[in-house]
Design a protein around this ligand. Structure first.
Ligand code: AMP
Length: 361
């Protein structure tokens, strides 16, 4: 089975690493000549709308993406010539935070309250409706906390508008969450859906830094609720593959923040910490094969390596540590690798996370 992938970042690299044991081969398209998957597989260096690149992908058995800002038109164009999974409609929904939240609400999935903002006057009206604190975000192309500004009081509004205004925006109520969790779901071509246990996520400056899987003190009712939301989402989109739903947990309720129509950073722990990794399950799904078991094997934590990779000998000296390096140039604020830590109990796991954090600063 030849898989074409739009995007060749670390997610693509880990997809290839998950697919080779199954006998799959890969072609990646990415504008960056040094993209991480290029070390492992054929890389076509081109824009996502490049005709020759799309023709090359159309020769594959199935095409997928590891990057959600792929132009929807390119994915739709490809879908006329080759199976594209997940469906391009999932990209359309996820690329615009306003449409995404409306879509979630239509499915009965609660979100923070929100309002569209297209002008400074609309921002004032939205603030009057939603109140403070609130978060002003660009509707498109924000990720890892980029393109957003917290508005603590109405006097912050002018500065936030000057920083972000000029493109379509969304104002959201700031959720005083107890914690952030995410659900990784996978749906096969036969419509079967499987869910990984909820993961607890910790962010630094809007970027995921550490995940605990399964989420500590996970109540079965919370998992069930999350799975109801996940099922509604994948069924409405006739989705095939892995999808992540990022959620805020507040007073026992779940509010959806974001959909990622792809394998997700908060699912990296599944490589060593689950019976089947999210990467393998995404590939099984898009190839039309049976899904693998999504159960966790004990407790895991995933820590992102941001900026640079610390001394590998020190990382690997931590018991239960598994190192993944993405072959990316070190740069401040860039995810260059991750470590999955495993332990038999939460106390030992947290100790190992602290030992790793001492290395990453
Ligand atoms: P996002 O890019 O929307 O995933 O936001 C990045 C991070 O900012 C989230 O993981 C949260 O930690 C925080 N954040 C985003 N939106 C909200 C909100 N409405 N209320 C509270 N925190 C938020």
């Amino acid at each position: 089975v030849k898989v074409g992938v739009l995007g060749a970042g670390q997610l693509g690299r880990m997809l290839a690493l998950g697919g080779y044991p199954l006998g799959m081969s890969f072609v990646f398209v990415d504008p960056a000549a040094d993209a991480p998957a290029g070390q492992l597989a054929e890389l076509v260096v081109a824009d996502y709308e490049d005709d020759a690149a799309l023709r090359r992908l159309a020769e594959c058995d199935v095409v997928t993406y590891e990057f959600e800002s792929v132009p929807v038109a390119a994915a739709e164009h490809l879908a006329q010539r080759v199976a594209v999974r997940p469906p391009p409609e999932a990209l359309r929904v996820a690329q615009d935070r306003l449409n995404e939240k409306r879509f979630l609400n239509e499915l009965g999935i609660p979100t923070p309250r929100f309002a569209a903002v297209g002008s400074e006057t609309e921002l004032a009206a939205a603030l009057a409706e939603i109140g403070t604190p609130a978060v002003l975000k660009t509707r498109r192309e924000g990720y890892d906390g980029k393109g957003q500004r917290v508005i603590r009081s109405e006097s912050d509004a002018g500065a936030a508008w000057r920083e972000l205004g000029g493109v379509p925006l969304i104002l959201e109520a700031f959720v005083p969450f107890d914690r952030e969790v995410s659900l990784i779901a996978v749906r096969g071509r036969d419509g079967r859906v499987a869910f990984y246990p909820l993961v607890e996520n910790h962010h630094v400056d809007g970027m995921l830094r550490t995940s605990f899987a399964p989420a500590p003190d996970l109540q079965p009712a919370l998992q069930t609720r999350a799975e109801e939301y996940g099922r509604a989402l994948v069924e409405r989109l006739d989705y095939v593959g892995v999808v992540a739903l990022e959620l805020f947990e507040a007073r026992g309720e779940l509010l959806a923040n974001e959909i990622a129509p792809r394998v997700h950073n908060s699912g990296h722990w599944t490589i060593e910490g689950a019976k089947t990794s999210q990467f393998e399950n995404h590939l099984r799904a898009i190839a039309g094969w049976p899904l693998g078991d999504t159960a966790a094997c004990g407790l895991s934590a995933m820590v992102n390596l941001v900026g640079s990779v610390p001394d590998r000998a020190h990382i690997l000296a931590i018991p239960g540590a598994h190192l993944h390096v993405y072959a990316k140039e070190p740069r401040p604020g860039r995810k260059v690798g991750h470590v999955t830590l495993r332990a038999d109990d939460l106390g030992a796991l947290k100790e190992r996370v602290r030992a790793l954090q001492a290395l990453t600063g």
